[in-house]
Design a protein around this ligand. Structure first.
Ligand SMILES: [Zn+2]
Length: 279
């Protein structure tokens, strides 16, 4: 099958089982159900062609995980406020596309605590729960606040960063599934919330209690489809720019990574790359 890679779509089935499907844009079969391929040999070969995931133009280099240079410089989804939501500048009238901003950013968001390689804080749009957690390889996750808009989620997240990381160590995430129990997780979240109470009270005074609302703590525990994991350590991830072919048994999937043979590949990073997939 040939097509242009897209980030895998994820869903939870029966509350915890993670189902993956790999869209191959331009292929009439469209999406490959990845869970069914686990334990089987697969080969992914990059043809060398990259097409922008937004405008479709040929591009030599991919920016922001799949965009051409022109789109990267002009689309709101490639703006710096996408990685730093506390820098949302819609209210200053400088949003790259105000209509897009209204739909994407001026809508309710969640602040969450998850455990990936360790505890982390993050934010997501309401409609992206739980896929955001699954994309990051979270072993446990719960929302903690529902906020009025993206900017506020960034402000709350920024406050939490004093006590908890917003990053994941991808090696640890890929090599270990050791997670705290629900009791340990809830206790840790409660401890963080207590630490943060003065800062949150202040933000609620500033923005209004309705703008930053506590949510029930309700941990979700995704169960990633991973068979055997043959590697004890990881030096790097597969890079289709350097090595067009990746071949081996598909051992499993976690986050947006496939475990293939002795290697791992971050599918999201190669969005827009045209590949041949055989299995
Ligand atoms: Zn483009």
């Amino acid at each position: 099958m040939q097509g242009s890679l897209r980030k895998m779509t994820v869903s939870l089935c029966d509350q915890s089982g993670v189902l993956y499907s790999l869209p191959l844009n331009g292929n009439k079969e469209r999406a490959v159900p990845i869970n069914e391929l686990i334990g089987k040999p697969i080969t992914i070969t990059a043809t060398g062609k990259i097409n922008c995931v937004s405008c479709g133009a040929d591009t030599k280099k991919s920016y922001h995980q799949g965009y051409c240079g022109e789109c990267a410089a002009s689309l709101p989804e490639c703006d710096s406020c996408r990685v730093s939501p506390e820098k949302c500048h819609y209210s200053q009238g400088t949003c790259r596309d105000p209509k897009w901003g209204e739909e994407e950013c001026l809508t309710p968001h969640f602040v969450y605590i998850s455990f990936t390689s360790g505890y982390k804080v993050g934010i997501t749009r309401g409609k992206n729960v739980p896929s955001r957690w699954l994309d990051q390889g979270a072993l446990v996750a719960t929302p903690i606040f529902e906020v009025r808009e993206r900017l506020l989620s960034g402000v709350v997240e920024d406050a939490f960063r004093e006590h908890v990381s917003d990053r994941t160590n991808w090696r640890t995430m890929l090599l270990s599934d050791a997670a705290p129990s629900d009791e340990e997780f809830k206790a840790h979240v409660a401890q963080l919330m207590a630490l943060m109470k003065p800062a949150i009270d202040k933000l609620q005074l500033q923005y209004g209690a309705d703008a930053i609302k506590l949510t029930p703590i309700d941990p979700v525990r995704p169960d990633y489809p991973i068979g055997e994991r043959p590697m004890q350590k990881l030096s790097g991830t597969h890079n289709f720019d350097k090595q067009p072919e990746l071949s081996g048994v598909l051992h499993g999937v976690k986050g947006q990574y496939l475990y293939v043979g002795q290697s791992v590949v971050n599918i999201r990073k190669f969005a827009g790359y045209e590949v041949n997939l055989s299995f």
